[in-house]
Write a protein that binds this ligand. Structure first.
Ligand code: HEC
Length: 121
C-alpha cells in the first residue's frame, strides 16, 4: 500500500514536470517518448518487456500496439468489461493522462515481430 502510494506520487510528479512535452503532437517518435512516459512504461516492463518487447512465449508485447487500441484496452480493463487477472487493478490506478503518455510511447515502437498478441479487445 505504502509502496503503491509512493509510486503514484512519483509518477504524478514526473507527469507534471513533463506536461508541456507530453501533450505535444507526436510527429517524431522521440516526441512520443518523454521522460514521464519512459518512467511509466518501466513499471510495465517486468511483464510486458522493456520498451514493450517480449521474448519467447512471455506475455503479450505492447510495442507497436496502436494508440487507440491501447487506450481502449486500458479502459475496458478498468471498467471490468474486459476480464483480467492483474490489469484491472493496474489500469484503475492510472490517470487518463498517464494512459495517454504510455499509449503514445508504446505505439512509437515497431511491432514485436515473432509473437502473436494475446487477448481480445
Ligand atoms: C504483473 C504483470 C503485469 C504488469 C506489471 C503489467 N501487465 Fe499488462 N498485462 C498483464 C496480463 C496478465 C495481461 C492479460 C490480461 C490480464 O490477465 O490481466 C496484460 C494485458 C495488457 C494489455 C492488453 C494487451 C493486448 O494485446 O491486448 C495491455 C494494453 C497492458 N497489459 C498494458 C499494461 C501497462 C500499460 C502496464 C504498466 C502500467 C502493464 N500492462 C503492466 C500483466 C501485467
Amino acid at each position: 500500500m505504502t509502496n503503491r502510494a509512493t509510486l503514484r506520487i512519483l509518477v504524478a510528479a514526473l507527469g507534471m514536470l513533463c506536461l508541456p512535452n507530453a501533450f505535444a503532437a507526436p510527429n517524431e517518435s522521440q516526441d512520443a517518448r518523454p521522460t514521464a512516459a519512459i518512467m511509466l512504461a518501466q513499471t510495465c516492463a517486468g511483464c510486458h518487456g522493456t520498451e514493450g518487447y517480449t521474448r519467447g512465449d512471455a506475455l503479450m508485447p505492447l510495442a507497436g500496439l496502436p494508440r487507440a487500441q491501447f487506450i481502449r484496452a486500458m479502459e475496458k480493463f478498468a471498467d471490468g468489461t474486459r476480464e483480467s487477472t492483474v490489469m484491472g487493478s493496474i489500469s484503475r490506478n492510472l490517470s487518463a493522462k498517464e494512459i495517454e503518455l504510455m499509449a503514445n510511447y508504446f505505439a512509437s515502437f515497431p511491432e514485436n515481430p515473432p509473437i502473436a498478441k494475446g487477448g481480445k479487445l
